[in-house]
Structures are given as C-alpha cells and as structure tokens.
Design a protein around this ligand. Structure first.
Ligand code: GLA
Length: 435
C-alpha cells in the first residue's frame, strides 16, 4: 500500500509540474529519442495455431527467441531495446477478477515470467491493448478497464504499451480513452512508454490536436498500417510530406510521429527500397521498431538495420524531425537538422522505370543556406560509407540514385578559422557503389 500511495503522490506531483510548465510532451521521462526495438505484427500477424505453425505463432517462445537474438546478434548493442508483443496474445476472456490474461496455451508461463526473462537479457517488454471494446483482431478491449489494465501491465513488469483504436464507439470515447489510459499508466508509478494510434483513428472525422496528443502519448501513428511492399512505404512517405506542416514541429524528445514498423529484412522490398526505408525513417525521427524474423535475416539487411551512422541520425539528441524540401520530377530532397548545426540529407529517386538517374543541386539548398556556410564536410552514409570531403556554399552536387533508392548524407558545417583554409571539392560527380 505504501508503495502505491507513494507512486500515486509521485504521479500527482508530476502532473502538477506538467500543469505549471504548460502542455509539452508526455513528461514521463521516456522516449527522449525515438524508441528502438522489435514488434511482431507486420511479420507474424495473428498466427495462433501453434500446432500448425510452431515457429511463427504468437507465443512466449517467439518473444524469448527474439530477445535471445537481440542480445547475441548485436541488436541490443546498437540500441534496439524493446521486444514488443502486438495483437493476439490474449485469452478471449478476462479472468475472474476481470483482468486481461494471456492465452494459456501459447503463454503458459504468463507475461510476468516473460517480462522477467526479457529483463534478464537487459531488454524491455512491450505489450498491446485497445482503447475500445475489442482489439482489431477481436480480443478483449480495455474500454471500462483502463485503470485495471494499466495496473495489470505494471504488475507484470511491462515497459511499453501499444494502444490501438479499433472498436472505440464515439470520437469522444476515443479521446477520453487515450487520455484515461495515459493517466492510468502514470498512476501505476511504473515507467511505461505509451504508443498511441489516436490521430490515425481520429483523422477521418476530426483534425487531430497534436499539442494535446503529445501531452498524453510518447509516439502516435498517423497513417495506415505498413505492409511489406514499396507502395506502402511510398504512400507513408508521401502522406508524411503532404502533412509535414502540421506534424513535424510537434515531434521532439518525449513525443514522436510514428510512420509504423521497419519491414527491412522481409520479402517485399528491393535492396534500394530497404535503403530508402532506413534512410527516411532516420530523417523522420521515427521509432525504429523492426518487424522481421531475426532468426532468418540476410547479412545485408542486418548491416543496414545495424548501421551506426544511420542510427545516430535517427537518435540525434536535438530531436528535430526532418521534412521534404522539394520534389522535382521524380526526385525528392529531404533534410533533417541535427545537433551541432549539422544536417542529414536524403535524395530519393521515385522513378520506377529505367536505371540510375542524377539529381543535381546546390549546397545552398540545405539548411536554408546555412549548412555549408562558409564550408562543410560531407559524408555519404548510404548506400555505402564514403567521405565526400569539403564543400562550400556554392558547391554543386550531382548525385546518382538508383530507381526507388536513396542516397543519405551527413553535412557538417565548418566555421572559418584563420589557420584552416578548406580545400573545396566543387562539382564532384558521384556514383555510389552498390553493396
Ligand atoms: C491495427 C494496427 C496494427 C496492428 C493491428 C493488430 O491494424 O494499426 O499496427 O496492431 O491492428 O490487430
């Protein structure tokens, strides 16, 4: 009881502080940089028949295996931390005290034991619930049980909640539900990342109030579910660019726009398209939640997902989301401001016919003319790591990009110092090697 009262007081104090300083991000101290981890949905969906699909059904075994691999195969070392369960983990009924319970055949040890296992590996456990009467796959929803479910998750040692928005009733119930679950999680006193889909379910009827959403959620889905297909990645990027005026500025430490899972390492994307997803998810300061099979992943996909330079851009402490600067013919130029006055720049070739094409642009396009003023060093990060040397504000870059591929650069501004006269690399023609 003492602990519960203590944490309740702590939570109340936190909310008083939030009210005093005004509505910022959800100040639970979490997600200061975009969340990194693994989430089962896109790759494993709602496979519940373990007799038929023992290796891919949604069971404690699957999550334990992924946790093992996250440690043994270097994923944890580069920052992937949360092992997340999506829909279809539950039993179809609550227990005799109305608590959610896992399917007894697929999770015989229970979620508490699974969380202990994941924690013993130095990782964190994510779970899934729904604001409405039922989850999207028809399992029990949290409507009417927000406090009980939040407490159950906290008692189990859960570290992240993905809260879906199927079967929610009215728009008011949707909003109240997302708010109440945030408050309920806070009241437990446990640190639980709160991943929402609130704006996605709101959008068809109402314009989301992102200031409010950020006040309650650590990240939020805006757009349709991602699929293992170029069309899906392309549409997600286009939606984001078209709505950037209303969503980019709201992102920052504690609260992020979530364009959904990384599908790299699966079946549907070409190598260039996988480069595009990784590069643009870094530009968008997106949560990096992979949905793939870590037991069967190519060395190439692993190299890309574990690329420290791309991850450093995604996790940049300034926490500013990037945006599309221009769309010309079939090219798109995106940039993201980074700490120390640096910029990440992505050149995406949207043309789906023909071969590699060259996009030419002046460095004065980047960072409102400031990124290379008076000079800058440019490093190509993807498709391969290459040093492009020094440039200045009149440099012109000719960049060759494969169809549906992306070249990702990091541009670091160099101030003028008396003893350092930069040697410029003007009009460099570049042909990135493909792995
Ligand atoms: C919705 C969500 C998906 C996934 C499924 C599970 O479609 O947007 O990410 O969680 O539900 O049923």
């Amino acid at each position: 009881m003492g602990t519960a009262v203590g944490s309740w007081r702590g939570a109340t104090l936190a909310w008083v502080l939030v009210l005093l300083v005004g509505a910022g991000a959800l100040e639970n101290g979490l997600a200061r940089t975009p969340t990194m981890g693994w989430l089962h949905w896109e790759r494993f969906l709602c496979s519940t028949d373990c007799a038929r699909e023992p290796l891919s059904c949604i069971s404690e075994h699957l999550f334990m295996q992924m946790a093992d691999l996250m440690v043994s195969d270097g994923w944890k070392d580069v920052g992937y931390e949360y092992v997340c369960i999506d829909d279809c983990w539950m039993s179809l009924t609550r227990d005799d005290q109305d608590r959610l319970q896992p399917d007894p055949e697929r999770f015989p040890s229970g979620i508490r034991k699974l969380a202990d296992y994941v924690h013993s590996k130095g990782l964190k456990l994510g779970i899934y619930g729904d604001v409405g009467n039922k989850t999207c796959a028809g399992f029990p929803g949290s409507y009417g049980y927000y406090d009980l479910d939040a407490q159950t998750f906290a008692d189990w040692g859960v570290d992240l909640l993905k809260f879906d928005g199927c079967n929610y009733g009215t728009q008011d119930q949707l909003a109240e539900g997302y708010r109440n679950m945030s408050l309920a999680l806070n009241k437990t006193g446990r640190s639980i990342v709160y991943s929402c889909e609130w704006p996605l379910y709101m959008r068809p009827m109402q314009k989301p109030n992102y200031t409010e959403i950020k006040h309650y959620c650590n990240h939020w889905r805006n757009f349709a579910d991602i699929y293992d297909a170029w069309n899906s990645v392309k549409n997600t990027l286009e939606w984001t660019a078209l709505h950037q005026d209303s969503i980019v500025d709201v992102a920052g430490p504690g609260g992020w726009n979530d364009p959904d899972m990384l599908v790299i390492g699966n079946f549907g994307l070409s190598w260039d398209q996988q480069l595009t997803q990784m590069a643009l998810w870094a530009i968008m300061a997106a949560p990096l939640l992979m949905s793939n099979d870590l037991r069967h992943i190519s060395p190439q996909a692993k190299w890309l997902l574990q690329n420290k330079d791309v991850i450093a851009i995604n996790q940049d402490p300034l926490g500013k989301q990037g945006y599309r600067i221009t769309k010309e013919n079939n090219f798109e130029l995106w940039e993201r401001p980074l700490s120390g006055g640096a910029y990440a720049v992505a050149v995406l070739n949207r043309q789906e016919i023909g071969g590699p094409q060259i996009f030419s642009f002046s460095t004065s396009f980047i960072g409102n003319g400031l990124a290379c003023n008076p000079a800058c060093s440019i490093q190509q990060i993807l498709p391969t790591s290459e040093d492009w040397g020094l440039h200045n504000w009149v440099s012109f870059l000719n960049i060759e990009v494969n169809p549906t591929g992306t070249v990702l650069l990091k541009v670091v501004v160099i101030g003028e110092t008396p003893d350092e006269k930069p040697v410029m690399n003007i009009n460099k023609k570049l042909s990135p090697d493909i792995l």
